[in-house]
Design a binder for this molecule. Structure first.
Ligand code: IMP
Length: 192
């Protein structure tokens, strides 16, 4: 079965291709000649994931899945949350976003945070959702150089290392996206 992963992130694409049964052929957006920006206009992770998957399903006619992730920090009332990619503004980079979080939390002792991923899957018009979460704390300074996004300032519960100090393999085992992806794969493997 051909399935489109509505992402331009090659890292995410190769991650799933490596672990999914070869009865599935995973295509990226470029493979289906979708070069346009897919908008994320909703105020929830589930809304954005579904918006992206529906865009591809409706316009290109492929069975498809899409993901959306947010970092929720309790002391910041759940921010950056669904706005994680552009927390410090439009056209910002990961450093800008992390610096904003660190500045806002400078005097805050309560540092619990949670990464959440939602994957929306559409097969022949039917919709399915898969979620993954990982709890942790926001560090006081950046640590490590691996990974991406907020990894240098997030330390998962039970670890003494930030996400950016863990190998990709170790991170995938416990990460929000790793958990959601495993649920998606378990579901797909059961399909005929
Ligand atoms: P996306 O929905 O996967 O594009 O994620 C939205 C934003 O959340 C990204 O731009 C990153 O800033 C952040 N993010 C997503 N996944 C991770 C992760 O595994 N580690 C650190 N930051 C992440």
């Amino acid at each position: 079965m051909q399935l489109v992963f509505a992402t331009n992130n090659l890292h995410k694409l190769s991650e799933i291709t490596a672990i999914i049964d070869n009865k599935f052929s995973i295509l990226g957006l470029k493979d289906i000649k979708c070069f346009e920006e897919i908008s994320e206009t909703k105020e929830t992770l589930i809304g954005n994931a579904l918006e992206k998957a529906e865009f591809v399903y409706n316009k290109y006619g492929y069975n498809c899945f899409a993901d959306d992730t947010g970092l929720e920090i309790a002391s910041l009332d759940g921010r950056p949350g669904v706005y994680s990619a552009r927390y410090a503004g439009e056209n910002v980079n990961f450093e800008n976003n992390m610096n904003k979080v660190l500045a806002e939390m400078q005097t805050i002792e309560k540092r619990e945070a949670c990464f959440k991923t939602v994957i929306a899957l559409i097969i022949n018009g039917d919709k399915y959702f898969f979620e993954g979460e990982v709890n942790g704390v926001i560090l006081r300074e950046k640590r490590g150089i691996k990974g991406f996004g907020y990894d240098p300032i997030f330390m998962p519960v039970g670890y003494n290392l930030s996400f950016a100090e863990l190998s990709a393999e170790e991170k995938n085992k416990i990460s929000h996206r790793g958990i959601a992806t495993k649920k998606l794969i378990a579901f797909l493997q059961k399909l005929k």
